[in-house]
Design a protein around this ligand. Structure first.
Ligand SMILES: Cc1ncc(COP(=O)(O)O)c(C=O)c1O
Length: 431
């Protein structure tokens, strides 16, 4: 059991059943129970780690919603593949597994009509490593790298560490939906010192699954201005309305001007076990990147990584579909709750993913007040919007990839905090 002291009204994250997972009972993704609360604090888990939460939020007595992974168990097919590999007991050097890149190619071809060859894939330890490597290979110190905030905060950290200049082309919030600022993009890409753009597609934290038209326009501008694009597409597979479109699939010119970072870690909840990949069609750039990874000897996959990734891309689709459906249900619960109980907190409707961007601006909090409202009053460990750039001030990101009962308990706390805060400001105004 966790030593984190959860408030009574929060569903303590414990597994409903103490029975070990039976992997030989023909369990498959058809029989998922996503309502099951798994005690993630039983194993070292960043999101639930008391010490880390105390360091960041000042307390651990919170709903852990600040790390972008899911509280669901991986697909039974993946667990089974890992179990089988573990049971084998010999973990020596593994031969190159051609099935894995072939499975990745066929996944993207079949689901998203994006064609590339197995040889275009470069295996990397994680997406942040892919990004840091691509930035250092395809730009120079002092170059400007364009990002579109509010956006995943680690982009800024990587750019700062690599001594690149962060060049913002902020998204515009229009009638409740974020849009790319194409006029701004024309102007920042026209400057010779800005050599790269990092696209987040789908976009963390605002949940846009960029349309083919948006991507084609962005690509045309970047190609014309000779700005190479690093497309972070780690959040590719979970979408609620229209399908995700890979940037490199929109045209041949886009494919040749893009390095795409893909990975099963978000889609299949494998951040503790899977690798990432970079896909580069341009032969010269690909070879340059491959040479670097060879030089650094970063190419061997872990045997468990191989087993998990192969199972994900060949047998994980049914699980993914059920999880997407469940997330749709969680979103519906969240939407209804906000409308009925906390109408000044607005949902920025996500088109995909499991991260949800909430707009608290009508509560007129400053940054400190919002943090205190979320942590002290609502008992939520979430990501305050300013982490994603100044443009995110007044917003916060929550993670809805948890059992519905846990989400509901967290929403009750939010509702309580909201009522207290309105009463307090009413009292103050009345005094
Ligand atoms: C857009 C984006 N890129 C990269 C990462 C990190 O990926 P990895 O853990 O594979 O380095 C995240 C994790 O939240 C993310 O949201």
């Amino acid at each position: 059991m966790s030593n984190i002291n959860y408030p009574d009204h929060v569903a303590v994250p414990c597994r409903a059943s103490t029975e070990p997972l039976n992997l030989n009972n023909n369990m498959n993704s058809k029989a998922l129970n996503l309502d099951q609360v798994v005690n993630r604090a039983e194993v070292p888990t960043l999101k639930f780690d008391g010490e880390t939460m105390r360091r960041i939020f000042g307390t651990a007595d919170l709903w852990p919603s600040w790390v972008a992974d899911m509280d669901f168990q991986a697909a039974p097919e993946i667990q089974e593949a890992l179990s089988k590999r573990l049971a084998h007991g010999v973990f020596g050097y593994e031969a190159t597994l051609n099935e894995l890149p072939n499975a990745v190619v066929s996944w993207f071809q079949r689901r998203y009509d994006w064609s590339f060859e197995a040889d275009h894939i470069i295996t990397t330890p994680r997406t942040l490593n892919s990004l840091a490597t691509l930035i250092s290979l395809f730009s120079s110190e002092g170059d400007g790298v364009i990002v579109q905030p509010p956006v995943f905060y680690d982009f800024k950290l990587i750019l700062r560490a690599g001594k690149r200049r962060l060049v913002k082309n902020a998204l515009k919030l229009e009638q409740g939906q974020y849009q790319m600022d194409f006029a701004g993009l024309e102007s920042v890409t026209a400057k010779a010192e800005n050599t790269l753009l990092i696209l987040c597609n789908p976009h963390n934290p605002i949940g846009r699954v960029w349309s083919k038209e948006d991507l084609a326009r962005l690509s045309e501008i970047c190609v014309r201005n000779k700005v190479f694009v690093i497309a972070d597409e780690i959040h590719s597979d979970i979408y609620f309305q229209h399908k995700y479109t890979p940037l490199a699939s929109v045209s041949e010119a886009a494919a040749l001007n893009t390095a795409t970072c893909i990975s099963p870690v978000k889609s299949f909840n494998l951040s503790g076990v899977a690798n990432s990949m970079i896909v580069i069609k341009d032969e010269e750039k690909r070879q340059y990147c491959k040479d670097w990874y060879n030089r650094m000897q970063i190419s061997k996959n872990n045997v468990f990584t191989n087993a998990a990734m192969l199972a994900a891309y060949t047998k994980g689709e049914a699980w993914l579909e059920q999880v997407t459906e469940y997330l749709r249900g969680n979103l519906k619960t969240l939407r209804a709750f906000l409308l009925q109980n906390t109408s000044l907190i607005k949902l920025i409707e996500p088109e995909g993913g499991f991260l949800v961007w909430l707009d608290f601006r009508e509560l007129s909090f400053d940054a400190k007040q919002l943090e205190s409202f979320l942590v002290i009053e609502a008992k939520m460990a979430t990501n305050p919007g300013h982490w994603f750039g100044r443009e995110g001030a007044g917003f916060a990101r929550i993670n809805i990839a948890c059992p519905r009962s846990v989400l509901e308990a967290a929403l009750l706390q939010l509702g309580q905090a909201y009522s207290n805060s309105l009463n307090e400001s009413g009292n103050k105004n009345g005094a």
